[in-house]
Design a protein around this ligand. Sequence first.
Ligand SMILES: [Zn+2]
Length: 169
Amino acid sequence: MELTKWMNLAAKYGQDGLDRGDGGPFGSVIVRNGHVIGKGWNQCFLLSDPTAHAEIQAIRDACKQLQTLELVGGVMYATAEPCPMCLSAIYWAQLDAVYFACSKEISANAGFNDRKIYQQLELPWNARSLNMVQMPNEAATHLMQSWIEKMQGKQHEPTNSGPDHPECA
Ligand SMILES: [Zn+2]
């Protein structure tokens, strides 16, 4: 079955990466129209990068290859349920669907526990264990205003040459 084929491929990338010592036991592929457009495996150790999860790496791979910020129509196959960071990236990239194999409970049993992060995200920012402080700043406000004016200017141009995904640009 096609779906099993893609999940097996994701698992192969994960296994190869694990065998090399690149990172944890996770692999991912992104498929669109029957073709793999991105592949990734956990490379946190290799890159000294806590964000180099398999799903993030697959999104980076696909977007770089296709020179785009949007992967509409793409389906991700991940060997484990995405963590909150990867799930957010999946939304930003506008993937159509995610198939995952191991549940987050299985990952937690293997030492990859993201339950605390899920719990934290449900809290208001000022109630989280992370110390967050809102600090209004004129330069920061100006920066945002510059973007808004830039986008308004684009709307008046004859050609529609602005970023097609402004909230990500
Ligand atoms: Zn993740």
